[in-house]
Design a protein around this ligand. Structure first.
Ligand code: BES
Ligand code: ZN
Length: 621
């Protein structure tokens, strides 16, 4: 990769942008680069070591302190240097801990000082870190550690200006015990052998939420020249099969939006407790093993995380109120890639399913949370992770694509990425660019698009271009027929996973135990291994108090930590007294096996758990 300086834009932060989720003051003193040196202790569940921050001061603020975000960190020493060689002890102060934001770390510096070294260790309950026992891994022999920094968890493992307004390059030295392997969100070297020491270098500036690390008994399998999978060895081959299309996706995305700038595009399959479907860590996306269905039915998540290489990693939301710029653009591009690779029929199916989920979720959300440019003042940014930024955001872009035509809109997106590469932008900046470069060029088309309604108002505009799928309509008819007759009339032989899912979702929620049993006996739903189908079936089992599925439900809740699955199951369980007891009992035993992010969400639903150090956010994904 070229020298980082080539890509690091000059000191240009929009001074009117305010990130309410960070104590840092990057307009005065800004971190440009960090060198990490860390060693994990699996026994004590801490990362320990140092970070050297290279900073840049705005000319008018040469005496301003460096303000960093931290959460639960133990700071052992803070030193400053002008030349990066001789360090002196610096005066510092840790402010009081806010339940959402953590604590500011203010470091006094001399005007000429540009390097700060901090020795520190992380708390055993750091919100970014999940420490897994060997029993929680596929191989069962070695422990596993991984990080999840988005949205504001980087501060729980690195003292840093934890705001997407800034970008930094980084290097890291990581010592690993027991011959375990370490990987990070940089171009990893698939040929590197496991040893006890790893060195990494991210040469393109990234927002702090994209810094990621995983340590475990991880192997590699290639799926193409620039793509491959990292996974625990027992799942390596099935993962390579499932994600075989990654290379084709990468090629198509590049044709559409310009060169992929992150070196390799690898996928790391995490143990099942990973709280998300996927995370777009550059060069190495992190994904849940629940995507491995054996039928490649969940590869849209790979397309999604790939799309973030442009929308998110290259052009980044400046604050978490602008999150829709990351997720709405990405969901739109994900569909665009799906359509090109797998055809319109499949893309429409996935779009309809997502839009149905959005409609369901919207019914439960307060109006203020239905707005794309969401106000998160005083709130956990996790409150903004609903389907609104994703699906409503993508619908907005689709409405532009339909109004201006695909060719013109493809071209617009390509120019948007080129214009804002390696920048963090606000909704306002994105909209100004859109006005100047697309809307104002064709005023007669632009009148059809109400930016105010789409971006600043709750609900969906009546003109929203909702998707229709003939194939799902046929499935819905079969579901209706089945209710009148019985299972024998179903023609399920060639149903795809999505069609199965839609079939189940088309059935009434109060089906009753007898009908549930009938379905299960013929279609063996309790035994399904496709996580989407199984999850939907288990939800129905809870709603209908279908006892035979109980052991499978317990097993699912005990192994899978993906929040989008477990959250609705617990929510459904606590609706009845018996379900609540069941939920409390199972959660009591499995809570410690969930990632702190999922724990925070489920604590709020099941209650009676105050192990969480911070108010539980987490509405959606
Ligand atoms: N960046 C998100 C995951 C995320 C969002 C983590 C907010 C923390 C805070 C990732 O790209 C994502 O959107 N994942 C989705 C999958 C996608 C296909 C909808 C998920 O995890 O469900
Ligand atoms: Zn995403």
């Amino acid at each position: 990769m070229e020298n980082a300086e080539v890509f690091a834009p000059p000191f240009q932060l929009n001074p009117s942008t305010n990130d309410v989720h960070s104590y840092s003051e990057p307009d005065k003193v800004r971190v440009r680069h960090i060198d990490l040196d860390l060693e994990p202790s699996f026994d004590r569940r801490t990362l320990e070591g140092s970070v050297v921050l290279t900073i840049e001061k705005a000319p008018r603020h040469l005496t301003a302190p460096l303000v960093l975000d931290t959460r639960g960190l133990s700071v052992h020493a803070v030193e400053a240097s002008a030349d990066g060689e001789s360090f002196r002890n610096a005066k510092y102060e840790v402010g009081s801990e806010d339940p959402i934001l953590g604590a500011p770390l203010r470091i006094s510096l001399l005007p000429q000082e540009s390097k700060v070294r901090i020795n520190y260790s992380t708390a055993s309950n750091a919100t970014a870190l999940q420490w897994l026992n060997p029993a929680q891994t596929a191989g069962k022999k070695f422990p596993f550690l991984y990080t999840q920094s988005q949205p504001i968890h980087a501060r729980s493992w690195i003292p840093i200006q934890d705001t997407p307004r800034i970008r930094l390059t980084y290097t890291a030295r990581v010592r690993t015990p027991m011959g375990l392997c370490a990987v990070m969100s940089v171009g990893n070297n698939p040929k590197a052998n496991c040893g006890d020491f790893y060195a990494f270098s991210m040469e393109r500036p990234v927002p702090p939420y994209l810094i990621a690390l995983a340590i475990g008994d991880i192997g590699f399998a290639s799926t193409g020249t620039r793509t491959g999978v990292y996974a625990e060895r027992p799942v390596l081959q099935s993962a390579a099969y499932e994600f075989a299309d990654a290379e084709k996706m990468l090629e198509r995305a590049e044709q559409l939006y310009g060169p992929y700038l992150w070196g390799r595009f690898d996928t790391l399959v995490l143990p099942p407790s990973f709280p998300f479907g996927g995370m777009e860590n550059p060069g190495l996306i992190f994904v849940t093993p629940t995507l491995i269905a054996g039928d490649r039915s969940s590869v849209s998540v790979i397309a999604h995380e790939l799309a973030h290489a442009w929308s998110g990693n290259l052009v980044t939301n400046a604050t978490w109120s602008d999150f829709w710029l990351n997720e709405g653009f990405t969901t739109f591009i994900e569909r665009r890639i799906q359509e090109d690779l797998y055809g319109k029929v499949r893309a429409e199916i996935e779009e309809v399913l997502a839009q149905e989920r959005l409609a369901e979720e919207m019914r439960k959300l307060e109006p203020r949370d239905q707005i794309l440019h969401i106000d998160l003042t005083g709130r956990d940014p996790d409150c903004g992770t609903t389907l609104v930024p994703y699906v409503k955001g993508a619908l907005f872009l689709k409405s532009l694509e339909e109004a201006f035509g695909r060719d013109r809109f493809d071209d617009y997106l390509k120019r948007y990425f080129a214009r804002f590469s390696f920048q963090s932008i606000t909704t306002e900046e994105a909209l100004n660019h859109l006005k100047n470069n697309l809307l104002d060029k064709c005023p007669d088309v632009a009148v059809q698009v109400s930016l105010r309604e789409w971006i600043y108002e709750p609900g969906l505009p009546t003109s929203a271009p909702m998707a229709v799928s003939e194939s799902l309509n046929r499935i819905r008819k079969q579901a209706e027929e089945w209710q009148k007759h019985n299972v024998n009339h179903l023609r399920t032989q060639d149903w795809s996973a999505h069609e199965w899912l839609h079939f189940l979702r088309s059935l009434p929620s109060d089906l009753g135990s007898r009908k549930m049993r009938e379905l299960d006996e013929t279609l063996h739903l309790t035994q399904r291994t496709n996580a989407e189908i199984l999850h939907q079936w288990l939800l129905m089992a809870v709603r209908n108090q279908y006892e035979p599925a109980c052991p499978r439900l317990k097993e699912f809740l005990a192994t899978v930590g993906r929040r989008i699955y477990i959250k609705p199951l617990y929510e459904e369980l606590v609706k009845t007294d018996a379900g609540k007891k069941f939920a409390e009992a199972i959660y009591g035993t499995v809570r410690s096996s969930y990632h702190p992010i999922s724990q925070a969400t489920i604590d709020k639903i099941v209650g009676g758990h105050n192990g969480s150090e911070r108010p539980a956010g987490g509405k959606g994904l």
